[in-house]
Design a protein around this ligand. Sequence first.
Ligand code: SF4
Length: 379
Amino acid sequence: MKYIDEFRDGEQARHIAANIAAEVRPGTSYNFMEFCGGHTHAISRYGITDMLPPSVRMIHGPGCPVCVLPIGRVDLAISLALDRGVILCTYGDTMRVPASDSLSLIKAKARGADIRMVYSAGDALKLAEQHPDREVVFFAIGFETTTPPTALVLRDAAARGVGNFSVLSCHVLTPSAITHILESAEVRQLGTVPIDGFIGPAHVSIVIGSQPYEHFAQEYRKPVVITGFEPLDVMQGILMLVRQVNAGRAEVENEFSRAVTPEGNLAAQKLVSQVFELRESFEWRGLGEVPYSALKIRPAFAAWDAERKFDLHYASVPDHKQCECGAILRGVKRPADCKLFGTVCTPESPMGSCMVSNEGACAAHYSYGRFKDMKVVSA
Ligand code: SF4
């Protein structure tokens, strides 16, 4: 299959692994954060860490949109559905994110709330047109990849005068979160890990291009390699990072040139900027309040902004005391460090957000890596 099989070739993977092993320097450690949940999933699924020398460590970052959604935001969506009688629509994984009072959207649905899973933002708008007597709210989450479709439905709703439709925007921005990981005093206080470079997101970069990382690489002297999601992409990205560290370079390189350009998708960027503007601050699970890291709906579209329409007020809610999602999203801990991992917390019954989506670090490790943690005992 073109563009799939050739990026999963085992022989090629062993060849790149041999190059990485040959090029790492004795006494040097290489700590690379994969920001995006898609890479976390690929690294677990294809056993990439097993092919790396011990001096190369991959650190899971906060790039899974479901994992970084704070409890307080899910609570807002639940209250709209349970207390205000709206039809609340959202993407599948969001339905299972744990919220306050042992609730989630799917549990609220079981209590009678009208909550519906949709495959696209457009489906939510269609639902509003089919039910003119009901308020329909689209609970919109995600990074720069899912933002353009939300912008499109907001523009369409305004153009068609669909007055019973609105969006609860929880769209977040990648470059500001990466910056926050490196510089925030709060993150230093909560704990952090050394990071020598980043595997840059693939799908996000198709939209925003590679340029937004340039300033960041120069300012913080951390190399970034934008990398595709197939195993050979990731292996090649790691080799490129090793080479930058060895050469003392901190540049943005593009391994995923078959899809990512320096300027990205300009039409999508224009559409997003017509509809959205920067939020001064937004809470991320695991990172706390991150300045200018999310988007809110512009005043011109206020009639379709659920926060204004329903006068919603955000309140921060702490995670379950034993849940280590915050530390995992900062790269400080690994899934198996959490006491709840694989016992109380599983993909079927997640206690924390990192166990919900298959891009979450805990779910990926549960599906593909947990047996390696177990001691072998004789029968
Ligand atoms: S195992 Fe569950 S509770 Fe523990 S950090 Fe992962 S998602 Fe959170």
